[in-house]
Structures are given as C-alpha cells and as structure tokens.
Design a protein around this ligand. Structure first.
Ligand code: SAH
Length: 248
C-alpha cells in the first residue's frame, strides 16, 4: 500500500502558525479533505484534488479519506487548530475502527496550534496552572453533561477554556453558562473573549464575569475564564492575564 492518510491541524488562522511538518504533508498530498472554510486555506496546485464538505458530515468525510488512502492516494484531512481537539482525528479513528481491512494503513496525526493556546498566548498566560477545556456545543452530548462539567470544573478551581461557545442554533446556552459561572466563581472573576485569533479580524476583550454578556462570543470566539488565582494587570495596550504556576 503506497497511500497514506495524515490528519493535520492548520492552526488558528495565520500562515506563520502552520507547522513545517503540516506544510510538508500538504506539499506531498494528492487529496485534501475537510470542512469548506478550512480547505479554502489550501493553495490549489496541479495534481492536488480539493474535497471541501459541509461541517456536519464528519464520518462520511473520514470514510472518503480512508477509501482514497487505501486506493494509493496521499490524503490530508485538515482541521483548524489541532486535529485532536474537538476535530477530525477522533472521527477518522472512529471510522477506521469499524474497518478491520484497513488496520495497517499508514495513518498519522500531525498536531497544530489549538485555539486555546493561541488565545491564551495573546492574552498573557491564563492557562499557566491547571486548567480544563470544554466544548460548549451540545450537538454531540446532552446539555446536562455540559452543566455538570462546568460546575465541577469551577469547584475544582480550574481555569477553563471554552470552544464553540455560541451559535445561532443554540442562542440561550451561553447565557446559561455565564449564569452558572457567575454563581460558582463570583462576579469579579476575569473572562477573556478572544475572537478570530491570528487572523485580520482578531479582537480580544477581557471583562469580569459580572460584566460579561452572551453577545461577546460567537462561533469564532475562544472563551477563557480564570481560576481564583488568575491575575489581571492593566496596561495601555490592553490587559495581561496570567495564572501563577503555584497553588497552596
Ligand atoms: N480543532 C480546533 C477547534 C475546533 S472547534 C482547534 O484545535 O482549535 C471550533 C472552535 O474553536 C470555535 O468555535 C472557536 O471556539 C475555536 N476557534 C477556532 N479557531 C479560532 C480562532 N482563530 N480564534 C478564536 N477561536 C477559535
């Protein structure tokens, strides 16, 4: 079998945050598969077929990738950020698990810079101590589980990084998240809204939970809430948020 399949992360947006390893795989690829806006980030060239698809067809997309790779093609499945974080790598392995005939296929996961790390770097170091990451979309899990994890994470005093905070399909969910956090962490806790990090539309806003409004987030926003130790230092260019590395 000469084909292979790489599941690659394109980083949060800017070309400078794509790893050389991912660039090399894309340069060798015969096929690129992924959600339309991510595939649109790939430079077309002769000999490269682009397969953009809708966001909701992850398993279909994974099966197409496996079929092409098994037929000898060099396939890159692209995700934004890191492919292992709320993205295509797990979908590819889920499809592959049910296909024993493809067990020895050459499959690699090429990491990328996930939105959480790009956002925290812009703001300072809010994830400098223990933290957790939660996907706020209830497409693939019940809302009750999201609420439970939020409360437990707040009780454990983690800093929290939230992906997929708000969409048109779930207008009320994020308002409820803010309510729960205000109740569990108090109104003074800092919260970062980092939108479209590393793209020309990048915008950062740091407020307290008391002043946070649902409209401050959309589907291009990463939300980070500090722990009880997180420090906010004001300066003219915008505040620095950091969580010290120690705890008693
Ligand atoms: N695999 C991706 C995450 C996919 S989930 C990764 O590792 O980054 C999609 C969510 O990621 C978005 O709703 C948003 O919360 C976040 N996100 C992705 N790119 C972003 C960016 N450039 N700036 C801020 N948030 C981003």
């Amino acid at each position: 079998m000469s084909g292979w399949l790489a599941v690659a992360g394109l980083g949060p947006g800017s070309a400078g945050l794509v790893t050389p390893e991912v660039e090399a795989a894309l340069a060798e690829a015969t096929d690129v598969i992924g959600y339309g806006p991510y595939v649109a980030r790939i430079e077309p060239r002769e000999g490269l077929s682009l397969h953009p698809s809708d966001n909701r067809v992850e398993l279909e997309r994974a099966s197409l990738a496996l079929t092409l790779a098994a037929s000898g093609r060099k396939v890159v499945v692209v995700s934004s950020g890191d492919p292992g974080v709320f993205a295509m790598a797990a979908a590819v392995f889920e499809a592959w698990e049910g296909m024993p005939e493809w067990r020895e296929l050459d499959i690699r996961v090429l990491p990328g810079i996930t939105a959480m790390l790009a956002a925290s770097a812009r703001a300072g170091a809010p994830l400098g101590h223990d933290f957790c990451a939660i996907n706020l979309s209830d497409n693939l899990k019940p809302w009750s589980l999201i609420e439970r994890r939020l409360r437990l994470a707040a009780e454990a005093d983690f800093a929290m990084a939230f992906y997929n905070p708000r969409s048109k399909a779930r207008p009320g969910g994020f308002a409820r998240v803010l309510e729960i956090l205000r109740e569990a962490c108090g109104p003074e806790r800092p919260i970062l809204f980092a939108r479209a990090v590393s793209t020309p539309e990048e915008a950062l806003k740091v407020v307290t939970l008391g002043a946070a409004r649902p409209e401050m987030a959309d589907m291009r926003t990463m939300v980070i809430v500090g722990s009880s130790r997180t420090r906010l230092i004001e300066r003219a260019r915008g505040p620095v948020l950091y969580t010290p590395r120690w705890a008693e």
